[in-house]
Design a protein around this ligand. Structure first.
Ligand code: C2E
Ligand code: CA
Ligand code: CA
Length: 826
């Protein structure tokens, strides 16, 4: 049995050095011997020549035995070795064995370079070890008979063990430390050494009697060789089938692409006896992922934007297997390799390749290609499944992320903040909730545009998070509202200290481009369990404290029940408003919109009215913001929508072809189910979508342009018309206006009301009308209070007008009467 080194990893230089040292040791040992014993007498050439041929043949026709990725080559070289040990001078034996080895390994097994060098050096050491061992056991003169046989057997076995240990040590040192685990399985071949050695000894006896027995020996060798080979092939074939089963079983779990690739590459390398294996698959973004395994099962993953067009394996992408054998025309950078296509879902295809066959197989051949294709087919099925799973996982993660994080700042959103708070609370952890909003953020947004506004919010988020560190969690609730969750806060003093610290962090202006913006904030704090137990209550109380902090310019404020007394009207109003909405006590009034060209009524704007049982009439400018800050705006909006559509249906049934316009507040554009609700209400009322206009302000779009745009697009797709309300009060969106699916522009009444007296306002209105028309929008002027204003607007080309001059907002029944009377007049 011979142990040979298998595939070498990179450190070729170190292996070369080691081989050199082994060679030096061998030569030194023999030089020492020649100096003491002298040169051998002129030898008989014929036996030497026969030995040389025998070594070349046995080395060249070694049988490879696979042990997982490792393996060893079994040869019959013990037979000539035993003959040589018994009859030839040790130094001559060394020379013959080395020359025979070189011929066998390089010519018959086509080994080259460092591998060849090491294996030759190993032969030298092994031969020397055997001769030295034999002398040590037997002394200068060999005894004859059983004693001699025993000594030879021991010397052969020991020299083989030395070689095996040496090879293992070298591989373990340079390539794969786990190689030591394979040593026992390598040594399982020792009994075979006993057999070949015995054949050698018997042959020696026979040849001593009659030299022609050498012919019989050749026959015995040939038969033994064939028997060995058949045995090895059979057991290896068995092993291969088992490995393929194990392979499919290993691939049978819910693996991701990496997991599958890992197993496939490992298997490809083992089965094809290759130094490296690689899998190239297209990834989601049009790039390619390259997964590679080499050395001691080193697994690497890289991505490539474009694949090298000239690579040898390129044809495999087109579906053609590629075989590069050693000695064939060199294509690209490999000596030998196989590449096969791996069909994937969506008609895409990947490539599976192996390169650099291990030294024990001469090169890759057709039979390897067939085996490789079978492997690739298994891989293809598993990869397709894994890629679908990957996609699913990615989608789920994305959805989860969107539902829990604010896309602008990447911070947790309100929903996640509440969940985190409630989770801590249910574990009994005391927490503090800090709520803050930026002072005068709306001004920044209006004056400098939403890009700057967005950037400011992002930087504020970053700064808060940085300052807070691991003391707690920062979240953004939308708009300019941020929240901080502090776990394990037991006293208000600690919470205030954190609040002061965050406030101080915001004192420094924030640089954006060449601007330096102030983002001072007011902070309200609520503590659990002192002020409440669940997230909702805590947030609401922190909000009250913040409100007081803002109005009293206190900066940071912890909630006290005094705050409720400070804004008793506010809190009471919230409760009353909630009740009013639930009981449908909110009244909706309608104000007509008139065509300047024909004088016809084209529609009506719905406006909410609230008559408080104690305080009387509450202006919308007061209760709408209240609703927005207390979570009541959604039911309010739905109520107004429902009433308006019901009324509109009635007018239309009465023969008036008019639309109804409903105001949306900023928060509504962040509710993704709005389009569905609108569609449902339209259906219920039996009003065509084109008869509904939704009025939105620029700033409500700018609070979250991307999110708002998605919802606006969906509303637009329904056929609902969209109007920009209060146009002119913010300069932020002129550029954006083009991208929005809007239909109507309403010039703010602050400009309209003074056009008769102020030429600057007239200029604003004129350019607004021109801009609107350039964008194919209907232009509406609101707040028309007199004839003169109407006259100017007509001159400027304004399409629609609305205002007290035409009619005040009227309760539904009065509006219907007004409408009929007007038609009668017309
Ligand atoms: P807006 O959308 O700009 O509504 C027009 C406002 O101008 C109404 O005030 C209307 O009464 C008033 N107005 C109409 N013609 C004239 C006029 O000739 N002269 C003057 N000085 N004012 C006129 P209102 O009803 O007080 O509403 C104020 C704001 O409250 C509205 O401004 C709108 O932003 C909001 N609002 C009212 N109802 C709702 C609603 O149902 N939902 C939402 N989200 N907001 C609403
Ligand atoms: Ca409006
Ligand atoms: Ca308006």
């Amino acid at each position: 049995m011979m142990t040979k080194v298998r595939g070498w990893g990179r450190p070729d230089a170190r292996v070369a050095t080691l081989s050199l040292w082994l060679g030096v040791a061998t030569v030194a040992a023999h030089a020492l011997r020649v100096r003491t014993v002298g040169l051998p007498a002129a030898p008989d050439v014929v036996p030497l020549a026969i030995l040389l041929v025998a070594f070349a043949l046995t080395e060249g026709f070694a049988i490879h035995v696979r042990v997982r990725r490792g393996g060893h080559a079994m040869s019959l070289s013990e037979i000539p070795m035993v003959l040589g040990l018994l009859s030839v001078d040790p130094t001559l034996l060394l020379c013959v064995r080395l020359i025979g080895g070189v011929v066998g390994l390089s010519v018959l097994r086509r080994q080259r370079g460092v591998k060849l060098g090491f294996n030759i050096a190993l032969l030298g050491v092994q031969t020397t070890a055997a001769t030295v061992l034999l002398r040590m056991l037997a002394g200068p003169v060999l005894p004859s008979g059983p004693q001699e046989w025993l000594y030879v057997l021991i010397a052969m076995l020991l020299s083989d063990v030395i070689a095996a240990v040496l090879v293992t040590a070298v591989i373990a040192l340079h390539d794969d430390p786990s190689e030591w685990r394979r040593l026992p399985s390598t040594l399982r071949g020792l009994p075979l050494v006993a057999i070949t050695t015995s054949i050698g000894l018997i042959s020696a006896l026979a040849i001593e009697r009659d030299a022609r027995a050498i012919a019989l020996l050749a026959v015995v060798c040939a038969v033994t060789y064939r028997a060995y080979r058949a045995f090895v092939h059979q057991s290896q074939g068995h092993q291969q089938v088992e490995e393929l089963y194990a392979f499919t079983r290993a691939l049978d779990g819910p693996l991701d692409t990496r997991g599958v690739a890992r197993i496939v590459l490992e298997q490809a390398r083992d089965q094809l006896r290759a130094e490296r294996a690689e899998l190239i698959i297209p990834d989601a973004g049009g790039a390619h992922v390259r997964l590679r395994m080499h050395g001691a099962n080193i697994f690497e993953i890289g991505t490539a934007e474009a694949l090298p067009e000239t690579a040898w394996w390129q044809p495999a992408r087109g579906g053609e297997p590629v075989l590069v054998a050693k000695g064939s025309r060199v294509i690209g950078s490999v000596e030998d390799g196989i590449a096969v296509p791996v069909p994937l879902n969506d008609g895409e295809s990947g490539v599976l390749l192996v390169a650099d066959s291990l030294p024990d197989i001469p090169t890759f051949g057709e039979q390897h290609v067939r085996l490789f294709q079978a492997l690739a087919n298994h891989a293809s099925l598993s990869l397709t499944k894994a890629r679908l799973l990957d996609d699913l996982r990615r989608e789920v993660a994305q959805k989860e992320h969107l539902a829990n994080y604010d896309p602008l700042t990447g911070l947790p959103n309100r929903q996640r903040f509440q969940a985190l708070t409630d989770r801590l609370r249910s574990a009994g952890t005391p927490v503090a909730v800090l709520l803050m909003d930026l002072d005068r953020f709306k001004d920044v947004n209006d004056a400098l545009g939403h890009d700057v506004g967005d950037q400011l919010l992002r930087l504020v988020g970053e700064r808060l998070q940085e300052r807070l560190g691991d003391r707690g969690t920062v979240a953004r609730f939308g708009g300019d509202e941020f929240a901080v969750l502090l776990p394990n806060i037991r006293t208000r003093e600690v919470a205030i200290a954190v609040g002061d610290d965050l406030g101080a962090a915001m004192e420094h202006p924030i640089p954006i481009g060449h601007l330096r913006l102030n983002a001072r904030c007011s902070i309200g704090i609520a503590l659990a369990p002192e002020h409440g137990h669940d997230a909702k209550t805590l947030i609401q109380r922190a909000d009250v404290a913040m409100y007081v902090a803002k109005t009293t310019h206190t900066g940071v404020r912890v909630y006290t029940s005094d705050d409720d007394r400070n804004s008793p009207r506010r809190l009471a109003m919230v409760a009353d408003l909630r009740e009013a909405i639930q009981r449908h006590d909110l009244v909706v009034v309608f104000q007509p919109k008139l065509s300047t060209a024909t004088g016809a009524v084209v529609g009506a704007e719905a406006l909410a009215r609230w008559h408080h049982p104690e305080h009387g009439f509450v202006p919308p400018d007061e209760f709408i913001p209240l609703a927005e800050h207390s979570g009541l705006i959604r039911p309010l909006t739905l109520h107004v929508l429902e009433v308006s559509l019901r009324r509109c249906a009635a007018w239309r049934r009465a023969g008036h072809d008019i639309h109804v316009a409903v105001n949306l507040s900023p928060n509504s554009l962040q509710e993704s189910d709005l389009p569905d609700i609108v569609a449902r209400l339209l259906g219920q009322a039996g009003v065509p979508a084109s008869a509904l206009t939704l009025e939105i302000t620029e700033s409500s779009i700018m609070a979250d342009p991307t999110g708002a745009l998605v919802i606006l697009d969906r509303l637009h797709a329904l056929g609902v018309k969209l109007a920009i309300d209060d146009f002119g009060t913010g300069y932020s969106s002129l550029g954006r206006l083009r991208e929005l699916p809007i239909h109507e522009m309403k010039i703010d009444r602050s400009f309209v009301q003074r056009i008769a007296v102020d030429h600057r306002d007239r200029a604003v209105v004129r350019s607004a009308v021109q801009l609107g028309h350039a964008l194919d929008l209907m232009v509406v002027a609101e707040g028309v209070e007199d004839e003169e204003t109407l006259h100017h607007l007509r001159q400027e080309g304004c399409n629609l007008v609305q205002g007290f001059y035409i009619s005040k907002p009227l309760p539904a029944d009065e509006f219907a009467n007004w409408l009929s009377a007007r038609v009668g007049v017309a």
